[in-house]
Design a protein around this ligand. Structure first.
Ligand code: A3P
Length: 292
């Protein structure tokens, strides 16, 4: 029962050169002046880096591995999306209505995060994914999400992404900006690829960061319940309840692997991409695994 018809009725605008949903630009003052509380936790990421995965891990940790509790509501309601505006509500209003301690998600680049989060010294978990898989995932997501612009053809989207002309701005600036920030603020910087390689180790890291006891039995339960297959069949994490998403075009829980970019990039695109990547990433110590 999807009513997906292009062109999509969504509009976009910019804040400090970063492309965002027009509605959030319209109330940018309210977002920028959002008042954080010291025990707020933010999960930050570039879109499609493994946000939902990290969110579910955090929610299960907060609920001591109790799966029933984590199935109380869709992930988007359990952890509001700070800067996103829906016709009936906004992320900031959802967060304000929550009891503490509050957990929320954001895709804002580091320089656009409301300053109150820095002032209150809130804990932040950032998750980053290798750019090629991130780009491919984003492309398929924009095809199926009618709240976002139609991505056009793969070739067009590829160029727009390289130019940083996509929502939430340049991937390169995003991952580098948050990477720099972790030197001066409590940020746990996770990598999607490391989560794939050793989920248990990465979940333990998150538990330690949150100051939770790392009882082996709870840890194992969380590992079990956050596999790709478990989350794909869990209606509270697979976004099948979101009417703006057309899973017949491409499912939200699409592939969940490292290296799917090889099925999408042409040889020429890969060459061009690598040259550009070298330049854009020359000024950072960040490095990513792009091979399965
Ligand atoms: P793919 O499109 O490559 O499959 P986000 O939550 O930031 O929107 O990221 C979505 C991406 O994370 C999708 O990538 C999705 O399949 C992947 N993902 C979600 N849960 C996962 C899990 N448990 N294991 C591996 N990948 C997962």
């Amino acid at each position: 029962e999807f009513e997906c018809s292009l062109p999509r009725p969504c509009e976009f605008s910019t804040v400090d050169g970063i492309l965002l949903q027009k509605e959030s630009c319209d109330i940018w003052d309210r977002i920028w002046n959002f008042q954080a509380k010291p025990d707020d936790l933010i999960i930050a990421s570039y879109p499609k880096a493994g946000t939902t995965w990290t969110q579910e891990i955090v929610d299960l940790i907060q609920n001591e591995g109790d799966v029933e509790k984590s199935r109380r509501a869709p992930i988007a309601l359990r952890q509001p999306f700070l800067e996103w505006i829906r016709p009936t509500t906004s992320g900031i209003d959802q967060v304000k209505a929550m009891p503490s301690p509050r957990t929320m998600k954001t895709h804002l680049p580091v320089q656009l995060l409301p300053p109150s989060f820095w002032e209150k010294n809130c804990k932040i978990i950032y998750v980053a994914r290798n750019v090629k898989d991130n780009l491919v995932s984003y492309y398929h997501f924009q095809r199926m999400n009618k709240s976002l612009p139609d991505p056009g053809s793969w070739d067009e989207y590829f160029e727009a992404f390289l130019a940083g002309k996509v929502l939430w701005g340049s991937w390169y600036d995003h991952v580098k900006g948050w990477w720099r920030k972790k030197d001066s603020h409590p940020i746990l910087y996770l990598f999607y690829e490391e989560m794939i390689q050793d989920r248990k180790r990465e979940i333990r890291k998150v538990m330690e960061f949150l100051g939770k006891n790392t009882k082996e039995e709870i840890l194992d339960k969380i590992v079990y319940n956050t596999s790709f297959d478990m989350m794909k069949t869990n209606p509270m994490t697979n976004y099948t309840n979101d009417k703006k998403l057309n899973h017949a075009i491409s499912p939200f829980m699409r592939k969940g692997i490292i290296g799917d970019w090889k099925n999408q990039f042409t040889v020429a695109q890969n060459k061009k991409f690598n040259e550009d990547y070298e330049k854009k990433m020359a000024d950072t110590s960040l490095s990513f695994c792009m091979e399965p």
